[in-house]
Ligand binder design. Structure first.
Ligand code: NAI
Length: 335
Protein backbone atom coordinates (compact mmCIF):
# COMPACT_ATOMS: atom_id res chain seq x y z
CA UNK A 1 0.00 0.00 0.00
CA UNK A 2 1.13 3.58 -0.67
CA UNK A 3 2.20 5.69 2.29
CA UNK A 4 -0.19 8.57 3.07
CA UNK A 5 0.26 11.92 1.38
CA UNK A 6 -0.04 14.93 3.66
CA UNK A 7 -2.01 17.67 1.87
CA UNK A 8 -2.84 21.11 3.29
CA UNK A 9 -5.52 23.38 1.86
CA UNK A 10 -5.58 27.00 3.11
CA UNK A 11 -8.77 29.03 2.95
CA UNK A 12 -10.41 25.70 3.72
CA UNK A 13 -13.63 27.28 5.00
CA UNK A 14 -14.09 29.24 1.75
CA UNK A 15 -16.19 28.50 -1.30
CA UNK A 16 -13.52 27.02 -3.62
CA UNK A 17 -12.42 24.65 -0.86
CA UNK A 18 -15.99 23.50 -0.33
CA UNK A 19 -15.84 21.90 -3.79
CA UNK A 20 -12.13 21.07 -3.74
CA UNK A 21 -11.87 19.13 -0.49
CA UNK A 22 -14.29 16.46 -1.66
CA UNK A 23 -12.39 16.00 -4.94
CA UNK A 24 -9.17 15.40 -3.01
CA UNK A 25 -10.79 13.22 -0.34
CA UNK A 26 -12.59 11.04 -2.90
CA UNK A 27 -9.31 10.22 -4.63
CA UNK A 28 -10.12 12.06 -7.87
CA UNK A 29 -6.88 14.04 -7.66
CA UNK A 30 -4.16 11.72 -6.40
CA UNK A 31 -5.83 8.37 -7.12
CA UNK A 32 -8.24 6.18 -5.16
CA UNK A 33 -5.32 4.02 -3.97
CA UNK A 34 -3.46 7.01 -2.48
CA UNK A 35 -4.32 7.55 1.22
CA UNK A 36 -4.50 11.22 2.16
CA UNK A 37 -3.97 13.02 5.44
CA UNK A 38 -5.95 16.19 4.85
CA UNK A 39 -5.05 19.36 6.73
CA UNK A 40 -7.37 22.36 6.59
CA UNK A 41 -6.24 25.86 7.54
CA UNK A 42 -8.33 28.99 7.85
CA UNK A 43 -8.39 32.16 9.93
CA UNK A 44 -9.66 32.06 13.54
CA UNK A 45 -12.94 33.83 12.69
CA UNK A 46 -13.81 30.93 10.37
CA UNK A 47 -13.18 28.23 12.98
CA UNK A 48 -16.83 27.20 13.36
CA UNK A 49 -17.37 26.95 9.61
CA UNK A 50 -14.19 24.90 9.37
CA UNK A 51 -15.50 22.46 12.00
CA UNK A 52 -18.69 22.11 9.97
CA UNK A 53 -16.72 21.14 6.86
CA UNK A 54 -14.79 18.57 8.93
CA UNK A 55 -18.10 17.02 10.00
CA UNK A 56 -19.25 16.83 6.40
CA UNK A 57 -15.99 15.23 5.28
CA UNK A 58 -16.42 12.62 8.00
CA UNK A 59 -19.98 12.06 6.84
CA UNK A 60 -18.83 11.42 3.28
CA UNK A 61 -17.04 8.30 4.56
CA UNK A 62 -14.39 8.50 1.85
CA UNK A 63 -12.34 5.28 1.81
CA UNK A 64 -8.96 6.86 1.01
CA UNK A 65 -9.26 9.73 3.49
CA UNK A 66 -6.98 8.65 6.31
CA UNK A 67 -7.28 11.67 8.59
CA UNK A 68 -8.66 15.20 8.71
CA UNK A 69 -7.11 17.99 10.74
CA UNK A 70 -8.65 21.45 10.99
CA UNK A 71 -6.50 24.21 12.43
CA UNK A 72 -5.98 27.95 12.55
CA UNK A 73 -2.29 27.46 13.40
CA UNK A 74 -0.08 27.91 10.32
CA UNK A 75 2.88 26.06 11.83
CA UNK A 76 0.77 23.04 12.65
CA UNK A 77 -0.83 23.19 9.21
CA UNK A 78 2.44 23.25 7.24
CA UNK A 79 4.49 20.75 9.26
CA UNK A 80 5.73 17.76 7.20
CA UNK A 81 3.47 18.70 4.28
CA UNK A 82 3.85 16.99 0.88
CA UNK A 83 1.41 19.19 -1.06
CA UNK A 84 0.33 22.73 -0.14
CA UNK A 85 -2.67 24.26 -1.90
CA UNK A 86 -2.70 27.93 -0.98
CA UNK A 87 -6.25 29.12 -1.67
CA UNK A 88 -6.69 31.58 1.19
CA UNK A 89 -5.80 35.17 0.38
CA UNK A 90 -6.82 38.71 1.22
CA UNK A 91 -9.72 39.61 -1.08
CA UNK A 92 -9.91 42.90 -2.91
CA UNK A 93 -12.69 44.88 -1.30
CA UNK A 94 -14.80 47.37 -3.30
CA UNK A 95 -12.89 50.64 -3.68
CA UNK A 96 -9.57 49.04 -2.71
CA UNK A 97 -6.57 49.81 -4.91
CA UNK A 98 -4.96 46.86 -6.65
CA UNK A 99 -1.60 47.76 -5.11
CA UNK A 100 -3.05 47.70 -1.59
CA UNK A 101 -4.36 44.20 -2.28
CA UNK A 102 -0.93 43.19 -3.63
CA UNK A 103 0.73 44.50 -0.47
CA UNK A 104 -1.68 42.74 1.92
CA UNK A 105 -1.09 39.47 0.12
CA UNK A 106 2.67 39.96 -0.12
CA UNK A 107 2.76 39.88 3.68
CA UNK A 108 0.62 36.73 3.86
CA UNK A 109 2.63 34.82 1.26
CA UNK A 110 5.96 35.95 2.67
CA UNK A 111 4.97 34.45 6.03
CA UNK A 112 3.63 31.26 4.47
CA UNK A 113 6.71 30.83 2.25
CA UNK A 114 9.04 31.30 5.21
CA UNK A 115 7.07 28.79 7.25
CA UNK A 116 7.00 26.20 4.47
CA UNK A 117 10.75 26.71 4.25
CA UNK A 118 11.22 25.70 7.87
CA UNK A 119 8.54 23.09 8.60
CA UNK A 120 7.34 21.50 5.31
CA UNK A 121 9.09 18.62 3.59
CA UNK A 122 11.84 19.86 1.23
CA UNK A 123 10.06 17.98 -1.54
CA UNK A 124 6.79 19.88 -0.93
CA UNK A 125 4.84 20.89 -4.05
CA UNK A 126 3.12 24.24 -3.72
CA UNK A 127 0.14 25.46 -5.75
CA UNK A 128 -0.94 29.06 -5.23
CA UNK A 129 -4.56 29.86 -6.11
CA UNK A 130 -5.28 32.96 -4.02
CA UNK A 131 -5.01 36.13 -6.07
CA UNK A 132 -2.87 37.78 -7.33
CA UNK A 133 -1.82 34.14 -7.75
CA UNK A 134 1.38 34.53 -9.81
CA UNK A 135 2.87 37.24 -7.61
CA UNK A 136 1.77 35.57 -4.37
CA UNK A 137 3.53 32.45 -5.61
CA UNK A 138 6.67 34.42 -6.47
CA UNK A 139 6.77 35.86 -2.94
CA UNK A 140 6.26 32.47 -1.28
CA UNK A 141 9.01 31.01 -3.46
CA UNK A 142 11.40 33.86 -2.63
CA UNK A 143 11.01 33.32 1.13
CA UNK A 144 11.47 29.55 0.84
CA UNK A 145 15.04 29.38 -0.48
CA UNK A 146 15.66 25.81 0.70
CA UNK A 147 12.78 24.42 -1.39
CA UNK A 148 13.52 24.02 -5.12
CA UNK A 149 12.08 26.86 -7.21
CA UNK A 150 10.48 24.32 -9.53
CA UNK A 151 8.24 23.17 -6.66
CA UNK A 152 6.22 26.41 -6.77
CA UNK A 153 3.37 26.96 -9.20
CA UNK A 154 0.30 29.14 -9.61
CA UNK A 155 -3.05 28.20 -11.12
CA UNK A 156 -3.82 29.07 -14.75
CA UNK A 157 -5.54 25.77 -15.45
CA UNK A 158 -8.97 27.31 -14.97
CA UNK A 159 -8.13 29.74 -17.77
CA UNK A 160 -6.92 26.87 -19.93
CA UNK A 161 -10.12 24.89 -19.28
CA UNK A 162 -12.20 27.96 -20.11
CA UNK A 163 -10.28 28.46 -23.36
CA UNK A 164 -10.61 24.77 -24.24
CA UNK A 165 -14.37 24.93 -23.70
CA UNK A 166 -14.65 28.01 -25.95
CA UNK A 167 -12.76 26.28 -28.76
CA UNK A 168 -14.83 23.12 -28.35
CA UNK A 169 -18.10 25.04 -28.56
CA UNK A 170 -16.97 26.96 -31.64
CA UNK A 171 -15.71 23.80 -33.36
CA UNK A 172 -18.84 21.84 -32.43
CA UNK A 173 -17.07 19.12 -30.42
CA UNK A 174 -16.87 18.16 -26.75
CA UNK A 175 -13.96 19.50 -24.68
CA UNK A 176 -12.14 16.16 -24.58
CA UNK A 177 -11.57 16.48 -28.35
CA UNK A 178 -9.55 19.69 -27.90
CA UNK A 179 -5.88 19.70 -26.88
CA UNK A 180 -2.80 21.89 -26.71
CA UNK A 181 -4.54 25.13 -25.77
CA UNK A 182 -2.08 27.34 -23.88
CA UNK A 183 -2.35 30.15 -21.38
CA UNK A 184 0.70 32.42 -21.31
CA UNK A 185 1.62 34.78 -18.48
CA UNK A 186 -0.44 36.14 -15.63
CA UNK A 187 -3.73 34.85 -14.21
CA UNK A 188 -5.29 38.25 -14.88
CA UNK A 189 -6.91 40.20 -17.68
CA UNK A 190 -3.56 40.38 -19.51
CA UNK A 191 -3.25 36.59 -19.82
CA UNK A 192 -2.86 35.34 -23.39
CA UNK A 193 -5.03 32.36 -24.31
CA UNK A 194 -3.33 30.88 -27.39
CA UNK A 195 -5.03 28.37 -29.67
CA UNK A 196 -2.56 28.62 -32.57
CA UNK A 197 -0.86 25.35 -31.57
CA UNK A 198 -4.15 23.74 -30.56
CA UNK A 199 -5.57 20.56 -32.04
CA UNK A 200 -9.14 19.42 -32.50
CA UNK A 201 -10.20 15.86 -33.11
CA UNK A 202 -13.10 16.20 -35.50
CA UNK A 203 -14.87 13.16 -36.97
CA UNK A 204 -11.88 11.00 -36.04
CA UNK A 205 -9.24 13.21 -37.69
CA UNK A 206 -6.83 15.49 -35.83
CA UNK A 207 -6.82 19.00 -37.31
CA UNK A 208 -5.40 22.36 -36.26
CA UNK A 209 -7.75 24.19 -33.89
CA UNK A 210 -7.59 27.23 -36.15
CA UNK A 211 -8.83 25.09 -39.06
CA UNK A 212 -11.59 23.49 -36.97
CA UNK A 213 -12.73 26.90 -35.77
CA UNK A 214 -12.18 28.52 -39.15
CA UNK A 215 -12.40 32.07 -37.86
CA UNK A 216 -9.01 33.71 -37.32
CA UNK A 217 -10.60 37.07 -36.53
CA UNK A 218 -12.49 35.45 -33.63
CA UNK A 219 -9.32 33.70 -32.40
CA UNK A 220 -7.55 37.06 -32.34
CA UNK A 221 -10.29 38.98 -30.57
CA UNK A 222 -13.47 37.63 -28.95
CA UNK A 223 -11.91 34.29 -28.02
CA UNK A 224 -9.16 36.05 -26.09
CA UNK A 225 -11.37 38.61 -24.37
CA UNK A 226 -14.04 36.03 -23.47
CA UNK A 227 -11.44 33.92 -21.64
CA UNK A 228 -9.80 36.96 -20.06
CA UNK A 229 -13.15 38.23 -18.74
CA UNK A 230 -14.78 34.91 -17.92
CA UNK A 231 -14.12 35.22 -14.18
CA UNK A 232 -15.84 38.63 -14.14
CA UNK A 233 -18.77 37.24 -16.15
CA UNK A 234 -19.31 34.41 -13.65
CA UNK A 235 -19.03 36.87 -10.75
CA UNK A 236 -21.58 39.22 -12.32
CA UNK A 237 -24.04 36.39 -12.93
CA UNK A 238 -23.61 34.42 -9.71
CA UNK A 239 -22.73 37.32 -7.39
CA UNK A 240 -19.98 34.94 -6.23
CA UNK A 241 -16.71 34.15 -7.96
CA UNK A 242 -15.98 30.91 -9.82
CA UNK A 243 -15.71 28.09 -7.31
CA UNK A 244 -16.85 24.77 -8.82
CA UNK A 245 -14.78 25.36 -11.95
CA UNK A 246 -11.82 26.65 -9.91
CA UNK A 247 -11.88 23.52 -7.73
CA UNK A 248 -12.03 21.29 -10.83
CA UNK A 249 -9.05 23.15 -12.30
CA UNK A 250 -7.05 22.80 -9.07
CA UNK A 251 -7.71 19.06 -9.16
CA UNK A 252 -6.61 18.90 -12.79
CA UNK A 253 -3.42 20.87 -12.07
CA UNK A 254 -2.45 18.76 -9.05
CA UNK A 255 -3.26 15.47 -10.76
CA UNK A 256 -1.29 16.27 -13.88
CA UNK A 257 1.68 17.67 -11.99
CA UNK A 258 2.01 15.04 -9.29
CA UNK A 259 0.62 11.90 -10.94
CA UNK A 260 1.48 12.84 -14.55
CA UNK A 261 -0.06 14.41 -17.65
CA UNK A 262 0.47 11.31 -19.82
CA UNK A 263 1.93 13.34 -22.65
CA UNK A 264 -0.89 15.90 -22.70
CA UNK A 265 0.27 19.44 -22.53
CA UNK A 266 -1.18 21.71 -19.87
CA UNK A 267 -0.66 25.25 -18.63
CA UNK A 268 1.05 26.00 -15.33
CA UNK A 269 2.43 29.26 -13.99
CA UNK A 270 5.99 28.40 -12.98
CA UNK A 271 9.40 30.01 -12.66
CA UNK A 272 10.42 31.84 -15.84
CA UNK A 273 14.10 31.17 -15.03
CA UNK A 274 15.85 29.51 -17.97
CA UNK A 275 12.86 29.74 -20.31
CA UNK A 276 13.49 29.75 -24.05
CA UNK A 277 10.61 32.07 -24.99
CA UNK A 278 12.36 35.34 -24.14
CA UNK A 279 10.25 35.95 -21.02
CA UNK A 280 12.25 37.88 -18.38
CA UNK A 281 13.61 35.69 -15.58
CA UNK A 282 12.48 35.95 -11.97
CA UNK A 283 8.73 35.73 -12.64
CA UNK A 284 6.01 33.14 -12.14
CA UNK A 285 4.68 32.96 -15.69
CA UNK A 286 2.28 30.51 -17.29
CA UNK A 287 3.79 28.24 -19.96
CA UNK A 288 2.71 25.08 -21.75
CA UNK A 289 4.25 22.08 -19.96
CA UNK A 290 4.10 18.32 -19.80
CA UNK A 291 4.50 16.59 -16.44
CA UNK A 292 5.73 13.29 -15.16
CA UNK A 293 5.73 12.23 -11.51
CA UNK A 294 6.02 15.72 -10.05
CA UNK A 295 8.39 17.19 -12.62
CA UNK A 296 7.19 19.67 -15.25
CA UNK A 297 8.99 20.32 -18.54
CA UNK A 298 8.20 23.35 -20.69
CA UNK A 299 7.06 22.54 -24.22
CA UNK A 300 9.78 24.25 -26.20
CA UNK A 301 10.24 25.16 -29.84
CA UNK A 302 6.75 26.56 -30.50
CA UNK A 303 6.63 29.19 -33.15
CA UNK A 304 5.60 32.55 -31.70
CA UNK A 305 4.05 34.91 -34.25
CA UNK A 306 4.42 38.66 -34.04
CA UNK A 307 0.79 38.84 -32.82
CA UNK A 308 1.55 36.35 -30.04
CA UNK A 309 4.89 37.95 -29.13
CA UNK A 310 3.18 41.23 -28.36
CA UNK A 311 0.71 39.47 -26.05
CA UNK A 312 3.47 37.52 -24.28
CA UNK A 313 5.28 40.79 -23.64
CA UNK A 314 2.27 42.68 -22.28
CA UNK A 315 1.51 40.05 -19.65
CA UNK A 316 5.23 39.75 -18.73
CA UNK A 317 5.37 43.50 -18.20
CA UNK A 318 2.37 43.37 -15.90
CA UNK A 319 4.03 40.60 -13.88
CA UNK A 320 7.33 42.50 -13.67
CA UNK A 321 5.41 45.51 -12.34
CA UNK A 322 3.62 43.41 -9.72
CA UNK A 323 6.86 41.73 -8.65
CA UNK A 324 8.63 45.07 -8.31
CA UNK A 325 5.81 46.60 -6.29
CA UNK A 326 5.54 43.62 -3.94
CA UNK A 327 9.32 43.48 -3.38
CA UNK A 328 9.53 47.21 -2.66
CA UNK A 329 6.62 46.97 -0.25
CA UNK A 330 8.20 44.09 1.66
CA UNK A 331 11.55 45.90 1.83
CA UNK A 332 9.88 49.01 3.21
CA UNK A 333 7.87 46.94 5.68
CA UNK A 334 10.99 45.25 7.06
CA UNK A 335 13.12 48.44 7.16
P1 NAI B 1 -13.52 32.75 -0.13
O1 NAI B 1 -13.51 34.15 0.35
O2 NAI B 1 -14.81 32.02 -0.23
O3 NAI B 1 -12.55 31.87 0.78
C1 NAI B 1 -11.28 32.28 1.14
C2 NAI B 1 -10.98 31.71 2.50
O4 NAI B 1 -9.62 31.98 2.79
C3 NAI B 1 -11.81 32.35 3.62
O5 NAI B 1 -12.42 31.32 4.40
C4 NAI B 1 -10.77 33.12 4.42
O6 NAI B 1 -11.07 33.18 5.81
C5 NAI B 1 -9.51 32.32 4.15
N1 NAI B 1 -8.24 33.04 4.34
C6 NAI B 1 -7.95 34.31 4.05
N2 NAI B 1 -6.67 34.59 4.38
C7 NAI B 1 -6.15 33.45 4.88
C8 NAI B 1 -4.88 33.12 5.40
N3 NAI B 1 -3.90 34.03 5.51
N4 NAI B 1 -4.68 31.84 5.83
C9 NAI B 1 -5.66 30.93 5.76
N5 NAI B 1 -6.90 31.21 5.30
C10 NAI B 1 -7.13 32.45 4.86
O7 NAI B 1 -12.77 32.80 -1.55
P2 NAI B 1 -12.76 31.71 -2.72
O8 NAI B 1 -13.86 31.99 -3.65
O9 NAI B 1 -12.64 30.36 -2.13
O10 NAI B 1 -11.41 32.12 -3.47
C11 NAI B 1 -10.15 32.03 -2.84
C12 NAI B 1 -9.08 32.73 -3.64
O11 NAI B 1 -8.90 32.11 -4.91
C13 NAI B 1 -9.36 34.19 -3.95
O12 NAI B 1 -8.15 34.91 -3.75
C14 NAI B 1 -9.72 34.19 -5.40
O13 NAI B 1 -9.44 35.43 -6.02
C15 NAI B 1 -8.81 33.10 -5.91
N6 NAI B 1 -9.18 32.48 -7.19
C16 NAI B 1 -8.16 32.15 -8.06
C17 NAI B 1 -8.41 31.52 -9.25
C18 NAI B 1 -7.30 31.16 -10.17
O14 NAI B 1 -7.61 30.67 -11.26
N7 NAI B 1 -6.03 31.34 -9.85
C19 NAI B 1 -9.78 31.20 -9.64
C20 NAI B 1 -10.78 31.56 -8.68
C21 NAI B 1 -10.47 32.19 -7.49
Amino acid sequence: AKSPMRVVVTGAAGQISYSLLALIARGDVFGRDQPVDLVMLDLPFAKDALEGVVMELQDCAFPSLKSVTATCDQTEAFTDIDVAVLVGAFPRKPGMERNDMLAKNAEIFKAQGALLNTVAKKTVKVLVVGNPANTNCLIAQKYAPTIPKENFSALTRLDQNRATAQIAAKAGVTSDKVSQITIWGNHSATQYPDAWHGKVNKDGAEVAASAAVNDDAWLKSDFITTVQKRGAAVLAARKLSSAMSAAKAIGDHLHDWIVGSEGRWVSMAITSDGNKYGVPEGLIYSFPVTCEAGVWTVVNGLEISEFSREKLTVTAEELSGEAKYAAEFLEKASA
